[in-house]
Design a protein around this ligand. Sequence first.
Ligand code: ZN
Length: 129
Amino acid sequence: MGFTILPICTNCGYKTKSIAIGGGRLNHHTECGAPALNTESNEIEEINLYEYTKTTIIKKKFLYFFSKSISIVTKNEKYIPYYEPSMFTDDLEIGNHNWGNKCYKKSKNFCPKCKSYSIDFLDEGIWFD
Ligand SMILES: [Zn+2]
């Protein structure tokens, strides 16, 4: 069962709609939600980690066989998931949201609007099935 979080910046007030982490009982083999920064629109969005991983593999194949095929590379590298170490301040005092082997900091995440590490991932307490 997944759960939802609500990103909100304690510095500038930026927030997004709630983001699902993980997947439900019926779709957990194909859906695994995660917060990620869209570097083109400069917004925090929900991505599907299964698609994210899959496209990374395709990208490597393309690079190996066709070294000049970059359209797929560009399209998928616009997202940076929030489990990447560059997206939060590592502070052991701060709790994590865990899903599988991924964890997300409950606060001190990178804010794309004010460029500070001030985003809290509020626990919405909503578990979905
Ligand atoms: Zn901010």
